[in-house]
Ligand binder design. Structure first.
Ligand code: C2E
Ligand code: MG
Ligand code: MG
Ligand code: MG
Length: 292
């Protein structure tokens, strides 16, 4: 009987694995169809100046418009796409769409904004990464200073010499670079001083309890102080409460991002958001907003 029970448990276990494998394979096939049909959408989350509160840019966040499952968040398919190599075409689409959307916003008089695009490690390390990027800017007509690339610490740590070289090229092009999810990568701080970057984004995990956990508040204060001494701007992501904003403002954080201010939204909603904040569409590029 015990043997019987044991076999059942094993059968359950293997069938769970089989379910997982076939689920992944199904998702991979669906994703391939989505890539061909361009079934993705970018949602934009505003970034606001800590001083003055004006919108200084948006982060582009990809969603998969799944025919059955609805909008799927990137956490559910970006890791898979990185494993399968499908991240390449998805990234290409994201970059071009973000550039096109920003050009359209400016052309229609909503203002000239900088858009932040998340880069996957594979993309950054590709041999033709820089020429692809140059090509995307030329094709879409976006000015390089309206583009920011978000990299994670991992991307920069794996092959630092090559990464530093690429970052210098980006700086020469006029494209801004920020380090995303800062503080989660266990990386040595010494690498920061040799990187030609402009910004770091404090990870949401430190912001969440910043007002109640003395370790988090110490870490956040430390990051801000260090970044400023290195001449970097600091963005805090994941701000959900006024108390978090107040703490971060009091400690000199430069840019805010989080549900407290605005959730990521599709372009049409973003236009309404900007109009509500005083944009007057139809007035060309007159409503220029400082980028930093
Ligand atoms: P991330 O770059 O750190 O982006 C911020 C994530 O935090 C977004 O989740 C955003 O919706 C969420 N967020 C913003 N404010 C708040 C808040 O106040 N509270 C909470 N709880 N969450 C907040 P999302 O859109 O699900 O994206 C997750 C991750 O997926 C991103 O993290 C980024 O690493 C990745 N990702 C998104 N779009 C792309 C893309 O186009 N390419 C690549 N390679 N990765 C992407
Ligand atoms: Mg990001
Ligand atoms: Mg982030
Ligand atoms: Mg994060």
């Amino acid at each position: 009987r015990a043997k019987q029970k044991g076999r059942n448990a094993w059968e359950c276990f293997t069938s769970d694995i089989n379910d997982e494998v076939s689920e992944r394979m199904a998702l991979r096939n669906d994703l391939q169809e989505a890539i061909e049909a361009e079934n993705f959408e970018l949602h934009y989350q505003p970034l606001l100046a800590a001083q003055g509160g004006q919108v200084v840019g948006f982060e582009a966040l990809v969603r998969w418009k799944h025919p059955v499952k609805g909008y799927l968040s990137p956490g559910l398919f970006i890791p898979l796409a990185e494993d399968t190599g499908q991240i390449g075409p998805i990234s290409e689409w994201v970059l071009r769409q973000a550039c096109r959307d920003m050009c359209r916003l400016a052309a229609k008089g909503y203002g000239r904004y900088r858009v932040s695009v998340n880069l996957s490690p594979l993309q950054f390390r590709r041999a033709n990464f820089l020429s692809n990027l140059q090509q995307a800017l030329l094709e879409t007509g976006l000015s390089p200073d309206c583009l920011e690339l978000e990299l994670t610490e991992g991307i920069l740590m794996s092959d630092t010499a090559a990464a530093v070289e690429t970052l210098h090229r980006l700086r020469d092009m006029g494209v801004e670079v920020s380090i995303d999810d800062f503080g989660t990568g266990f990386s040595s701080l010494s690498y920061l001083k040799q990187l030609p970057i402009g910004k770091i984004k404090i990870d949401r995990s430190f912001v969440r309890d910043v007002t109640v956990n003395r370790h988090d508040s110490a870490i956040v204060q430390g990051i801000i102080s260090m970044a400023h001494h290195l001449g970097l701007l600091v963005v805090a992501e994941g701000i959900e409460e006024a108390a978090q904003r107040d703490f971060l403002a009091a400690h000199g954080c430069d840019v805010f991002q989080g549900f407290f201010f605005a959730r990521p939204m599709p372009l049409e909603k973003l236009k309404a958001y900007l109009t509500q904040r005083g944009a007057v569409p139809g007035q060309g590029d007159s409503l220029s907003i400082p980028l930093d």
